[in-house]
Design a protein around this ligand. Structure first.
Ligand SMILES: Cc1ncc(COP(=O)(O)O)c(C=O)c1O
Length: 386
């Protein structure tokens, strides 16, 4: 049986040519020529002054916290429903993560939940553009400003999304992207941190290069830092992908449109919601099953996989996973974060690889409908056992 993959890139001759060029020529004095082009173009794409290419988005979030001087005794607010990489860097620097509820419409940080959790120790919030969706950034900025809270945008999944015509990557003091192999724009593994502030850039550049001053040629380290860099081959791949970004985002939006058509009459669940002012790049088309039909992601995802459909579960709320569930923050959040626990159990990421064809989307949709029709224990009309 041919499996339908959950995610995967679009690679053309352009990517092959750029990477080949990098392998042949990006050495010695030219070692950074692709980094420079990729960073310049990516900063422009986000409307930012600076971009720093990195091995991952996780390292970008880590550097953001380090540059802001966040550490022990500080609290950082993060949405409860996200990938663990959004919060792991908070733990790396010794700060305390505080899990806030998501907005049921956007699946991103709920501004009221954010506001209610602010204490004198709150120094930052890591705000996630989940699955390509985006939160109400204006409201979040309004709430954060009087408290001096730094907003860090986790745009790992949102390249190409826009909120009121501002691109993902232009919000908050710094924004981090992921170029993991599953992402819309990929370098295999990789990431980018974008920002405007020259002082923060200086801190980022030192921390990502073993505490060396930018431009140091004497290998004279001023402090102990980290080693967070991307290779020239990855930068070349990223540059080629970025030059095709409109096509890549159009591909994701086309896939989402196909699912919308295939599942138009279906009442078993709903797809990524339409939010006013949001241009969603739909990194992953996601369905949230209707609770009344009595099926969860845990029962449905394995059935889809058995039938060759590589679906994925919506991220578990961080407060409920073993890594955090026994912490005081985890316990409190589980009681408080109603929306995270209403959406996550029923959410399923559907195959959204860029190579997907219309017929495969039809097949996934038919498989999902059939699983729901035959497995549901509900008495909702249309969902009783055949
Ligand atoms: C929301 C979110 N944040 C951060 C990351 C981390 O990205 P990376 O794997 O590049 O470190 C990911 C990766 O999938 C993600 O989905």
């Amino acid at each position: 049986m041919k499996r339908i993959p959950i995610a995967g890139p679009s690679i053309t001759q352009k990517e092959i040519d750029y990477v080949t060029d990098a392998v042949k020529s990006a050495w010695y004095a030219d070692a950074n020529k692709f980094h420079a082009r990729f960073e310049r173009a990516f900063a422009a794409h986000c409307g930012r002054k600076h971009a720093v290419s990195l091995p991952s988005c996780t390292s970008g979030l880590h550097l953001a916290l380090l540059a802001l001087g966040i550490g022990r005794g500080d609290e950082v607010i993060v949405p409860d429903a996200t990938w663990i990489a959004s919060v792991a860097p908070v733990v790396y620097v010794g700060a305390t993560p505080v899990f806030a509820d998501i907005d049921a419409r956007t699946w991103c940080l709920c501004p009221d939940a954010f506001e209610s959790l602010i204490t004198p120790r709150t120094k930052a919030a890591i705000v996630v553009d989940l699955y390509g969706s985006m939160p109400n950034w204006d409201r979040l900025a309004e709430i954060a400003a009087p408290h001096g809270i730094a907003l860090i945008e986790d745009a790992a999944e949102a390249v190409g999304s826009r909120w009121h015509d501002r691109p993902a990557g232009s919000f908050g003091v710094m924004s981090a992207f992921s170029f993991h192999g599953s992402k819309t724009l990929t370098t295999g593994e990789g990431g980018m941190l974008v920002l405007d502030d020259d002082g923060l850039l200086d801190r980022v550049l030192r921390q990502r290069d073993h505490g060396r001053a930018p431009g140091d040629t004497m290998f004279f380290n001023e402090e102990v830092g980290w080693k967070y860099k991307m290779s020239a081959m990855q930068a070349a791949l990223g540059l080629a992908q970025l030059e095709r970004i409109d096509e890549l985002v159009a591909g994701k939006r086309r896939i989402y449109g196909w699912y919308r058509e295939e599942l138009a009459e279906w009442i078993g669940g709903s797809l990524n919601p339409d939010v006013s002012g949001l241009y969603n790049s739909y990194w992953m088309t996601t369905v949230v099953l209707r609770r009344e039909i009595g099926l969860t992601k845990e029962t449905t995802v394995p059935c889809l996989r058995e039938q060759g459909v590589d679906a994925r579960p919506f991220f578990y709320p961080l407060s409920g996973i073993p890594a955090f569930r026994d912490t005081p923050q985890g316990g409190a959040a589980r009681v408080r974060n109603v929306n995270s626990y209403l959406v996550s159990p029923y959410g399923i990421n559907l195959p959204s690889a860029l190579a997907l064809e219309r017929a495969e989307v039809a097949q996934v949709s038919a498989t999902l409908r059939e699983i729901v029709r035959t497995s549901s224990r509900s008495t909702v009309p249309g969902f009783t056992r055949a």
